[in-house]
Design a protein around this ligand. Structure first.
Ligand code: PLP
Length: 421
């Protein structure tokens, strides 16, 4: 039982250097966050040793009395947090939650209607080489080319034309709230089930800053590690007892074997924290920070000629920067920001003229920096640093000076103070 640094110094160094990287960079990947130390503790605990196939009180292994408590807590807290009657907290990830949802409510060959990947959807909503695209007949809706907003009349037209078994509402790169009531109406009109994947905006829903899909959807899936800021994993909610049964069977034994009990315990803690006033306050800073970025980066005299923000703003935790008319492409912008220690990801914009490995957009998110403590003043400073880098990318900005400005922000908001890997 020697420590990691002794047993495997190479891996110990990876952990140490990664902690340094997280501390020294501004993390603005919209799907990332920093878990609290309490969550790190569960994830690095002896619960990882335990097999617990089945569900609390109905396990296929002995010795589950303690992990049963953890899973019951996670279930009850998820239900209370989102006002749902049933919760399954076993999915290892968002993608496995989604696989279980489709396993439960559709059969291979059924038609699904979801947002296309290149317009902001997720791989599991029907991408060609993902299981969803291979097993199901996919019809995709997109966003209006002018407004970048989902055209609900088009969703309705496609639903009427194709009679999908399932309509999917949810996104990985979309800056606006969804109209769940209208999605419900369309699903009812064509006899489809409505599945909402709230992986990205679940933290905003938990904080009451985004409408909840739970009253409208037949089933809701989510991750825990994005805006919620818990362990990397997924969960599924429903108010329908029959669907709940099918979901439980689909997760285990349908999709998974033994649940990750160390992660489920960490989910319980994350859900507990998400019900606190501090969590709500953090989500408020998250949303305000994104609005500040959108506002600054859509001004040509700040961000430079040809740079704009898709849909003209945001109501969530991310901004999609449109570089179609800019001097630099998505890959160059991502690399430039990396040079000044800001981490973002390039992202295709609808009807992107550039290939997927280059793209004409950036997805910039605020959850991780809000967790770090950033407020309006810091997000304004970050927006100005990003704008200067993007403008300067074309005509040579003072990158050393921008790195210094980033360093003063990271120094003022220390990450995991006192923690050593
Ligand atoms: N659903 C949506 C909307 C997502 O954005 C993501 C992750 O990016 C997932 C599901 C999948 O989550 P995971 O990466 O945990 O499989």
């Amino acid at each position: 039982n020697a420590p990691l640094a002794e047993v495997d110094p190479e891996i110990a160094q990876v952990l140490e250097r990664e902690l340094d990287r997280q501390r020294g960079y501004l993390e603005m990947i919209a799907s990332e966050n920093f878990v609290p130390v309490s969550v790190l503790q569960s994830q690095g605990s002896v619960l990882t040793n335990k097999y617990a196939e089945g569900y609390p009180g109905r396990r296929y292994y002995g010795g589950c009395e303690e992990v049963d408590v953890a899973e019951e807590l996670a279930i009850e807290r998820a239900k209370a947090l989102f006002g749902a009657e049933f919760a399954n907290v076993q999915p290892h990830s968002g993608a496995s939650a989604n696989a279980a949802v489709l396993h439960a409510i559709a059969r291979p060959g059924d038609t699904l209607l979801g947002l296309s990947l290149d317009q902001g959807g997720h791989l599991t909503h029907g991408m060609k080489i993902n299981f969803s695209g291979r097993l199901y007949n996919i019809v995709a809706y997109g966003v209006d080319p002018e407004t970048s907003i989902i055209d609900m009349d088009e969703v309705e037209r496609l639903a009427v034309e194709h009679s999908p078994k399932v309509i999917i509402a949810g996104w990985s790169a979309y800056p606006r709230q969804l109209d769940f009531a209208r999605f419900r109406e369309i699903a009812d009109k064509v006899g489809a089930l409505l599945w909402v994947d709230m992986a990205h905006f679940a933290g905003l829903v938990a904080a009451g800053l985004h409408p909840s899909p739970v009253p409208y959807a037949d089933v809701v899936s989510s991750t825990v590690h994005k805006t919620i800021g818990g362990p990397r994993s997924g969960f599924i909610l429903t108010n329908d007892a029959d669907i709940a049964k099918k979901i439980n069977t689909a997760v285990f034994p349908g999709q998974q074997g033994g649940p990750l009990m160390h992660v489920i315990a960490a989910k319980a803690t994350a859900f507990k924290l998400a019900a606190t006033p501090e969590f709500r306050e953090r989500q408020e800073r998250t949303v305000r920070g994104a609005a500040i970025l959108a506002e600054r980066l859509s001004q040509p005299d700040v961000a430079g000629a040809g740079i704009s923000v898709r849909s003209g703003g945001t109501d969530v935790h991310l901004v999609l920067v449109d570089l179609r008319d800019a001097a630099i492409d998505g890959k160059q912008a991502e690399d430039l920001l990396h040079e000044i220690h800001i981490t973002v990801n390039r992202n295709a914009v609808p009807n992107d003229p550039r290939p997927p490995m280059v793209t004409s957009g950036l997805r910039i998110g605020t959850p991780a920096l809000a967790t770090r403590g950033f407020g309006d003043a810091e997000f304004t400073e970050v927006a100005d640093i990003i704008a200067l880098a993007l403008v300067g990318g074309a005509d040579g900005a003072d990158f050393e000076q921008l790195r210094t400005r980033v360093a003063s922000l990271t120094a003022a908001f220390p990450l995991y103070p006192g923690l050593a890997q």
